[in-house]
Design a protein around this ligand. Structure first.
Ligand code: SF4
Length: 626
């Protein structure tokens, strides 16, 4: 079939063997591509209760259907596995060059199984897979590893883990040419397989159904995206462009480990008419060296930032972005841009998820402040909000799982709060174990629901409903009230189904207000020849989302797991534009009922047999359906 290689590559690290397998005939129409295929395979080939760090877990590398086609921002590659952090469906995405390279090597996706006895690099070329010794790479940070790979495998794209993946930190991510697929502990799964790196080089071409139509679509959408005023802002200031708006105007930029809905020092600066150091209107013109696009992106929000002098001279990173400004700045109460960049760079080099690491550290800072964590529990270190040096040292110990700090913090905030106890789960800011992103749910109630029900845990990208909630309208939605808990179920369901399609396509979600959904039928037709209307596409999005939910349900994650930290229910935002906001528990339960109803799931959040059968998932209905 056009648009597909028609085969997947299965690599067994235990046996050091590989085979190309034909893509099941029905899969393109049923699951469409990348993440859809990966979801189907993970569900059918893993068993309930599997330890994610055991040999039997699989790591699937899945470029999107449109990744590599030339469509602007279609750059994403997904890393799918059973998550060691949440115990459920694990997913991390990056605008990684390994995706297009893998397609050029002649495959639709890669499945890694088994476990190597010694550190290994899997090197994929058109017809060959080599298992090379990674002894000299083990222990190296991601940048050092990538540099050595560049010499060994000239012209290849890579995916690597850092020390955090090697020590099986459950908040370890995977780095692909300085783009991070960071969330849900995918790096720990790679580390558990002793797989230090994957290097891919391909030379073939994917055959498209209508290459001319595709070329026209590439030109048209590149122009549309280029001319959109938001693209210009993204290119100039990156994703943190709306930092001041979130902080000051909306009061929903969680700070001080969610003790505040805004970052006090930044807020005060803004009130005095000054630019805060964390605002990209301050730092972007001063520190940006150049834009850094993901492959095929013509509106690059990424930027290389360099610090030339002072204590952090030599720091150079791809970032920061809105999320890391929050997790490594506001949440830690660090208002020094150069320090935030340096902490960010160290996170990336260790291969730690920068959201999860930041929120785990800010939890420890609050525990110190409350006197329930003491120096004796913490290798004689003390950790206070705003302390950059202590943060850097704690981060290092987390990456290397060193001492009491490593034992307590290396596996993220849920594990840490369960170990420490003493009431610390009240302010452990996660859902299903995944640390929360930079949207204070108390003043954006629909986002509260979205973070609670997201299959991979507390996450902003599963539904990407924050724009709709904060602006009040988007696509087919209008009159949305962020302080209300009413009518959120259908809104979140539709956002999730559409964003599932974005993941399947591999298109960047920062274009969701440019492409919406209407652009896709034409693209799918040009690439694959399949005539699928919007309804058909939404059914596929819903099918894949239900399958991911079914994966979680099989692992015992139901209504009880769809929750938020007690702080969101009990501690109103104390000051600022969203002052006194919180989600009442009764409101939250109503939102869950509303959402499950919109989804056609049971009261307990389990997809019903009727729903699953209507989505052509008969076997799944049999296994987990309510
Ligand atoms: S907009 Fe940013 S994140 Fe999206 S593809 Fe472009 S560079 Fe990557």
């Amino acid at each position: 079939m056009k648009g597909y290689a028609g085969k997947l590559l299965r690599v067994d690290l235990s046996r050091k063997s590989f085979k190309a397998e034909t893509l099941p005939r029905r899969w393109p129409r049923k699951f469409l591509g990348g993440m859809g295929f990966a979801t189907a395979l993970l569900f059918s080939e893993t068993k309930k209760g599997l330890n994610p760090l055991n040999t039997e877990n699989k790591l699937i590398v899945a470029p999107g259907l449109l990744t590599g086609t030339g469509i602007s921002t279609a750059s994403k590659t997904l890393f799918i596995t059973k998550s060691p952090l949440t115990g459920g469906f694990g997913k991390a995405s990056a605008g990684a060059s390994i995706g297009p390279a893998f397609k050029k090597a002649g495959y639709d996706f890669l499945v890694i199984e088994g476990k190597s006895e010694k550190p290994v690099v899997v090197a994929v070329t058109d017809d060959e897979v080599k298992f090379d010794d990674a002894g000299e790479l083990w222990g190296k940070n991601v940048r050092e590893t990538a540099a050595l790979l560049k010499k060994r495998y000239a012209g290849s794209s890579s995916a690597v883990i850092g020390p955090a993946g090697e020590t099986l930190s459950k908040i370890a991510g995977i780095d692909s040419n300085e783009r991070q697929a960071a969330r849900t502990g995918v790096g720990a799964v790679m580390g558990s397989k002793k797989l230090k790196a994957i290097a891919v080089k391909g030379t073939s071409r994917v055959d498209y159904a209508d290459a001319e139509a595709l070329r026209d679509l590439v030109i048209r959408w590149t122009k549309n995206i280029r001319e959109n005023p938001d693209s210009k802002l993204d290119m100039k200031y990156g994703t943190a462009e709306f930092y001041a708006w979130m902080n000051q105007d909306k009061g929903v930029h969680p700070s001080r480990n969610w003790q505040q809905g805004y970052f006090q020092e930044s807020f005060d600066s803004i009130k005095q008419g000054k630019l805060t150091q964390l605002d990209p209107y301050y730092w972007s013109p001063k520190y940006t060296v150049r834009n850094k696009p993901c492959p095929n992106c013509t509106k690059p929000c990424g930027r290389i930032v360099r610090i030339n002098g002072g204590k952090y001279a030599g720091t150079e990173i791809d970032g920061p972005e809105y999320e890391t400004i929050y997790s490594l700045g506001s949440s830690l109460e660090i208002d020094n841009f150069e320090a935030v960049c340096h902490i960010h760079m160290m996170c990336d080099l260790y291969g730690l998820d920068a959201i999860s690491a930041g929120l785990t550290i800010s939890w420890a800072m609050e525990a110190f402040e409350k006197g329930i964590l003491e120096k004796e529990d913490f290798d004689s270190l003390e950790l206070k909000f705003g302390d950059v040096d202590a943060t850097l040292e704690v981060l290092r110990r987390m990456a290397y799982r060193e001492g009491k700090v490593g034992v307590l913090l290396s596996d993220g905030v849920k594990a840490a709060s369960e170990k420490l106890g003493r009431g610390s789960s009240h302010f452990a800011m996660h859902s299903k174990g995944l640390e929360l992103p930079a949207y204070d749910a108390r003043g954006i109630k629909g986002m509260g629901l979205a973070m609670a029900v997201a299959v991979r845990g507390g996450d902003h990208l599963t539904a990407v409903a924050y724009g709709t909630e904060l602006v009040g309208k988007w696509w087919k939605f209008s009159g949305v009230d962020r302080f209300s808990a009413e009518n959120k179920g259908y809104e979140i369901k539709v956002h999730e189904d559409l964003m599932t399609l974005y993941d399947i396509f591999g298109v960047c979600k920062f274009t969701r207000h440019m492409f919406f959904a209407e652009a896709y039928p034409e693209m799918v037709k040009a690439v694959t020849g399949m005539e699928l209307g919007l309804d058909d596409l939404f059914t596929i999005g819903e099918r894949v989302y239900n399958l991911q939910r079914a994966f979680n349900v099989r692992e015992g994650l139901d209504r009880k797991a769809d929750s938020l930290p007690p702080r969101v229910f009990e501690d109103p935002i104390p000051k600022g534009a969203s002052k006194n906001s919180r989600i009442k528990r009764s409101e939250f339960e109503r939102m869950l009922d509303d959402y499950y109803q919109a989804r056609g799931w049971s009261w307990n959040g389990i997809p019903t047999k009727v729903k699953l059968i209507s989505l052509d998932l008969q076997d799944v209905a049999e296994e987990v359906g309510a």
